[in-house]
Ligand binder design. Structure first.
Ligand code: GYE
Length: 358
């Protein structure tokens, strides 16, 4: 980087100037020279996506791909790490080798990034972290981060449950709840588990178990199967994403039980996060899922506006949190209070599904 202009931009300026000098004038529109310059002008982005474990993730990938197109002036190098941090580190090293203009990283877990981010910094390449966070000794190892407040999402969903139970006269000690966790060590799991543990303790719910769900339907099914085999009193399942919830519903229903909010009459309440998968959202409307904490995956335009800021020599906010909703299928709890703030609860109906954005 020279000032706010990186080497690539500088190269482009030199090529353009040289063309003009040799031609003695500016090339006419559409000439070979201009096409070469246009190619050179593309901003190169290396994006290390952690995998394709969920509908949220696929929507996130789609959002990035639809923004960083050649028509929009970008050359996107996309790498899917298939849930392995080692693949992400390899991808980042190859982005550095290719001298990309920006690196975008959606990290699978929080720790273990210091060395490779130091390498990126030495190469003078800005690194934008998206979705989950990195836990590094020095915050200067990345330019900025954009994503969700996972702990807040968790507290909102739990607060909704607490309001709902109070309204229906369910005593806290009669709430026997399990947490099907996401990928262990990821910010989404850490925040959603932390928020859950905090609220469960605060309200005195009986936490029966924490089981791994890895943010996937298959792993959650396995865990739910074991839960039903080992405990006969579970009446609430807190899933850390919608794909897990869909698996959990299948297992509960196959066991002959019903998913729903009426836990005093034998139903098992399922709550979850994302609100991306259409099947999950229709399960909410149908009553099988009681509450979903929205997690917005459309980070493509957000990352682009960060890149525009950086390219213009401005400094983006270090941490950018996205505002998110809370979805239910009942008017029982129209809003919740949390940390002195009121959050409205959005009641979804069948008609909302027609224009669901994913
Ligand atoms: O909620 C889940 C995905 O990190 C926010 O990861 C993301 C989470 C999302 O697999 O579905």
């Amino acid at each position: 980087m020279i000032g706010n202009i990186n080497i690539k931009t500088l190269k482009t300026i030199l090529v353009v100037s040289l063309c003009c000098l040799l031609a003695g004038c500016y090339p006419a529109k559409g000439t070979e020279a201009e096409r070469v310059v246009e190619e050179e002008d593309l901003i190169t982005i290396g994006f290390s996506q952690l995998g394709a474990e969920s509908d949220w993730r696929n929507a996130n990938t789609e959002s990035m791909k639809s923004v960083f197109t050649r028509e929009n002036g970008y050359d996107l190098i996309f790498e899917d790490a298939q849930q392995k941090q080692t693949n992400q580190i390899t991808a980042i090293r190859s982005f550095i080798q290719q001298d990309v203009d920006y690196i975008v990283l959606a990290p699978v877990t929080e720790t273990g990034w210091d060395t490779v981010l130091m390498e990126a910094r030495e190469a003078g390449i800005p690194v934008i972290i998206v979705d989950r966070q990195v836990n590094v000794a020095d915050d200067d190892l990345f330019t900025c981060w954009v994503g969700s407040d996972f702990e807040l999402e968790a507290r909102k969903v739990c607060m909704w449950m607490s309001y709902y139970f109070r309204k229906k006269g369910v005593a806290p000690e009669d709430v026997h709840i399990v947490d099907i966790q996401g990928t262990i060590g990821s910010t989404a799991q850490i925040g959603r588990t932390k928020g859950f543990d905090h609220m469960a303790k605060l309200y005195g719910w009986d936490v029966v178990a924490h089981e791994e769900g890895d943010f996937t339907k298959s792993k959650a099914k396995e865990s739910m199967f074991n839960i039903l085999r080992n405990y006969d009193n579970v009446n609430v399942v807190y899933c850390e994403n919608d794909n897990e919830a869909l698996g959990v519903i299948e297992v509960i229903e196959a066991s002959g039980r019903k998913c729903g909010s009426d836990i005093t009459n034998g139903e098992i309440m399922v709550v979850s996060f994302d609100g991306v998968n259409k099947k999950a959202v229709s399960s909410l409307v149908a009553g099988q899922i009681s509450c979903i904490g929205e997690c917005n995956p459309l980070h493509g335009p957000r990352v682009e506006s960060i890149i525009r800021k950086l390219a213009a020599g401005n400094e983006p906010y270090k941490y950018q949190y996205v505002n998110e909703k809370l979805y239910t299928n009942t008017a029982a709890v129209p809003s919740i209070m949390l940390g002195g703030k009121e959050y409205n609860v959005t009641m979804l109906r069948e008609s909302d599904l027609h224009q669901w954005p994913y």
